[in-house]
Design a binder for this molecule. Sequence first.
Ligand code: PLP
Length: 455
Amino acid sequence: TTSNNHFWKKDKEHFIHPYTDYATFKDEGSQVISKADGNYIYDSNGHKMLDGIAGLWCANIGHGRKDMADAIHQQITKMQYYNPFGHTTNEPAAELASKLAEISPGNLNHVFYTCGGSTANDIALRLVHYYNNLRGKPNKKKIISRNYGYHGSTYFAANLTGIHGTKDCFDQIAQDLVSHISAADMYRRPAGAENLTEQEYCNFLAAELENRIQQLGADNVAAFIAEPIMGAGGVLVAPEGYHRRCWEICKKHDVLFIADEVVTAFGRLGEWVASKEIFDYQPDILIVAKGINSGYVPLGAAILSSDIYDVISKPQSDGGVLSLGFTYSGHATACAAALKNFEIIEEENILENVRNLGPVLQDGAKELLTNPIVGDVRGKGFMLGIDLVSNKDTKEPLNVASRVFTKCMERGLVIRPIVNLIVISPPLTLTENDVQALLQIVNESIEEVYQEVSA
Ligand code: PLP
């Protein structure tokens, strides 16, 4: 069907798609998605599908909203953009910075705007280095990240990323600056940790972080970066208490804790900010994007603590210019979209919807474990991973998520296939009926794939 579509020819000839397997892409092509409305999307043939991944963990308030269009239209006709390079600013950027400071826990009060999550991570690290230089600790440069963590596609963010393909198929220019430790993976654990209790495993992982800081020398380590729940790396939920322990270790060694909440912030786990409100630690830097305006206009931000801001904002003897920023930092239209997005989240009790229906989604998905190829079901709120295995004892990955994806699409649901993992991260506006429909389609599709592979 895609080959009949005249867009497909243009697409194939001229569009370099991100994260695309060219071994299959050139023959099979992509499905053209032409329309999106609420929790549903439509392909160019009019086939309606429930959006089980909110575009890409971002369309949190649903698609195609007129109230968002109106807010964006109003801002564009008033003043679509003007640069905020100090001498000038704009109302939505200032208003949003104040709102983000209100939503963010503790002393996370200062916002640096970017174009998305990768650029927010890159900027955060430049600012961390700048901060350490200014406070007389110029050797504190190394960043500890985690295997399977996903932090983006710009050069430094890709170096932070610990996912095999992203990490290894391109050059690693920041190799000396980044050091990876184990993922907090409850299902497939590192050697030596297989039989530990959850508490012991938490201690095991925390000890690895502390050992790494000591090996590198605390005087050389600037920051630790982690997602509250690892997203693209496998929807990995850490053992209870893990983030808090890591945070305490960071504090002890004067290492900044960067919470990459590009996926988890603004409601996906039922709270505005997951790090403090769910996992009980206070990041020094909060990285946000995606759900900040539900993907209506590109936007990201690094939100810094007052302690960091006080140092980097001090006028310096050499001029004190904060020499970094993007044309689109504090883009008026993107910020206006974020303000409207937050208003909608509040007015429609969207966080409460996730708190109510998150358990329905998670508990319903647990029932899939009766299927012989479902090895693990994990997640929280509206973030769910279903791990397919060929053998439940060895946990050998069964790389058929793409087949499940195709079958779900035929039945009217989009999921995200990552090798052996099915990722589900729907709009936060799903109804209970949507959740039940989603679970039924996933169940039937996995069952059909199971029948095929065991035939
Ligand atoms: N950090 C996390 C945790 C992400 O999931 C992503 C994107 O999926 C990024 C950073 C990169 O954000 P962007 O794609 O907006 O640059």
